[in-house]
Design a protein. Sequence first.
Length: 107
Amino acid sequence: MTDPNLPPASTPPPEEPRSQTTIHNNAPPAQRSGGGGSWLIFVVGGLVVLVAILAWVFWSGGAMTPTPEDRDVDISIEAPDLPDMPEPPANPLPDAPAPEPVPAPAE
């Protein structure tokens, strides 16, 4: 009989453990943290448009300056005739009530 605690002779001896370095070449893309800069681009774009409009107004070579012909203003407005209204009825104020009790005359 053979010893049951011995491995069979056909199996190779176990290998010694050794350190191993694993290199992954397909790393996942970096996490994006929401952006947050899009509102800033919106504000800067609005300021650029505002500066462009102001520059055109100020340095347009007098294109916005009115000429003497443009300043000839002749306005005539006729108000419509209102119908005659009757006088409103008089609305006299009522006498103020006397306080109770009646105050004593001053001496």
